[in-house]
Design a protein. Structure first.
Length: 536
């Protein structure tokens, strides 16, 4: 009897074993998606990676992924857009970022992300959960105002609201009398107004987010803000192109800024902020395309793009991400320019660390405007995130993960400035008052550098491009050469006569092997040499 029971149990176990194999095989005969339960546990845990693999022998197409864009941002890896056609055993991933750190509501504590596809499981649902301590029920404040041109109120204009200066969280349209009103979570915003046929304007007549004014929304204190936007004259000086991230995905609602400037090399010059030197701003459309129309004046311009969850970038002729203006290429705009396409590095910040301070000039301790503050990791030299410096010289970085960092303040035409290093940790997740001093060259001093000087290249180490800066006390024939460790000349960057001034030149070493190199500046009977490291 006992043997009979054992035999029956063995048979049951064998049947269950093969049933499990069959169920597993059936489950594998389609899309494998892991995990299907997404848990955001803290303010420093706002990003989850989802793995997707086609385990069937037939092609599977993912038509779309549905989610709540007021709470999440989804970023693809190895694929660029929909539909995603997956051959057998093809795999990819996507990152789910919980970006609404300022206004999560109780109904946002759980939600779903749905993958629509052509597999045997055509609707795949991922459950998302947020711990209670992540619920930040922001208080509300109101803002209202008008949009007009020099004569009339403008109906149908759109007013955009950027939380913490960079996150586009809402918009409002003007009514038939040019009025708008909106209720928003309390916080600090950049606010801009736009309508087709008019130049986009930020609050208080600023023409781009660089150096714009912060608008503070507070509970029980209504804000009134009035815009005067300028109608575009027809100039037919247009710049158009596309914006994508380094993974190939198109970036919609990215902010494109076109502003005067040139280099490689050219003398750094301070200029008055008048109409000739104004900036021009527009958005990309749903496909990542932009067309900035009717620029007023011919000349050389930088094209720069800002997009959520990406590091800002400049136009670069080789099509690679160009975070810093020293590695950018200016556009000579004397007729309409097409295919001015930009690629951006991805932002790696999804934490809750906070740092703020001011960017000040070294000579007058006055606020520096039209600048950007980048956050760079000390451990891996990677740029993690950024924010704008407002019109009063203040900056705020709100979303840092744990780590060791330094800040880089950058303004076109002047040397970069760095802060001291600092840490975001479990015992210190916020710091205030980290000020950065920039060397601002006045208009009077631009053409009179103090000495014949060769500066350390930046960045260093570099891969594959770096910027070399030098100053000339007087005019003369100049050579800037690159040498390897054997003393062999590998490249001549400059060989011509230059006037007195400060210059910058981009050195691209993509065709050279990793190693130590030297760059030598010579003019008349003087020479200066510095060392740099190429690390590929």
């Amino acid at each position: 009897m006992i043997l009979g029971v054992g035999y029956k149990m063995r048979r049951i176990l064998i049947i269950l074993f093969f049933a499990a194999i069959e169920m597993f095989a059936q489950h594998q005969d389609g899309l494998m998606v892991m995990p299907r339960d997404i848990h955001f546990r803290s303010d420093f845990d706002r990003s989850q990676f989802i793995y997707v693999e086609n385990n069937s022998d037939i092609t599977v197409t993912i038509d779309s992924i549905s989610y709540n864009p007021d709470v999440y941002f989804i970023r693809m890896k190895n694929v660029s857009g929909f539909p995603i056609v997956m051959q057998p055993y093809f795999e990819f991933g996507f990152e789910v970022i919980q970006y609404n750190y300022f206004n999560l509501q109780p109904e946002d504590s759980t939600s779903t992300i749905t993958i629509y596809n052509t597999s045997s499981e055509p609707v795949i649902t991922l459950e998302t959960h947020h711990d209670q301590d992540m619920m930040h029920y922001s208080k509300k404040g109101t803002i209202n105002g008008t949009v007009r041109d020099s004569i009339n109120m403008i109906s149908g204009a759109t007013v955009y609201f950027f939380y913490d200066r960079i996150i586009l969280v809402d918009s409002a349209n003007t009514d038939s009398e040019g009025n708008f009103a909106k209720e928003l979570p309390v916080g600090d915003y950049f606010v801009a107004a736009n309508k087709e046929g008019y130049y986009m304007e930020y609050a208080f007549d600023k023409d781009s987010p660089l150096g714009a004014d912060v608008i503070s929304i507070r509970e029980h204190i209504p804000v009134n803000l009035n815009f005067i936007i300028e109608k575009e004259p027809i100039t037919n000086l247009n710049v158009s192109g596309t914006v994508s991230d380094i993974g190939g995905g198109s970036l919609s609602k990215a902010i494109v800024v076109v502003r005067k400037g040139k280099h490689t090399p050219s003398k750094i010059a301070a200029v008055a902020d008048d109409d000739i030197n104004r900036s021009y701003t527009t958005f990309t459309d749903i496909n990542g395309s932009y067309n900035l129309k009717n620029i007023k004046y011919e000349g050389d311009y930088f094209v720069q793009v800002f997009a959520p969850f990406n590091i800002p970038g400049y136009y670069n002729e080789n099509g690679t991400p160009s975070v810093f203006w020293q590695n950018a290429d200016s556009v000579a705009l004397f007729n309409s320019m097409e295919n001015i396409n930009l690629t951006l590095e991805r932002d790696s910040s999804s934490g809750a660390g906070f740092v703020d301070g001011r960017v000040l000039s070294n000579n007058q301790n006055a606020p520096v405007t039209d600048a950007i503050v980048y956050v760079r990791s000390v451990s891996n030299n990677k740029i993690y995130t950024y924010n704008f410096v407002s019109s009063d010289g203040n900056y705020t970085i709100p979303v840092l993960p744990y780590g060791d960092y330094e800040l880089i303040a950058q303004k076109i035409g002047v040397p970069d400035a760095q802060s001291t290093s600092f840490s975001i940790s479990t015992t210190q997740d916020s710091l205030s008052g980290i000020d950065i001093s920039m060397i601002i060259t006045s208009i009077e001093n631009v053409d009179s550098p103090l000495s014949f000087e060769l500066y350390q290249n930046y960045p260093n180490p570099f891969n594959p491009a770096t910027t070399i800066k030098f100053s000339l006390q007087e005019a003369g024939k100049v050579e800037l050469n690159i040498y390897n460790v054997l003393g062999q000349k590998t490249m001549t960057l400059i060989s011509k006569s230059l006037s007195a001034g400060t210059y910058q030149v981009n050195f691209n070493a993509s065709n050279l092997p990793s190693g130590i190199y030297f760059y030598e500046l010579s003019s008349q009977d003087r020479k200066l040499v510095k060392k740099m490291s190429l690390m590929k």
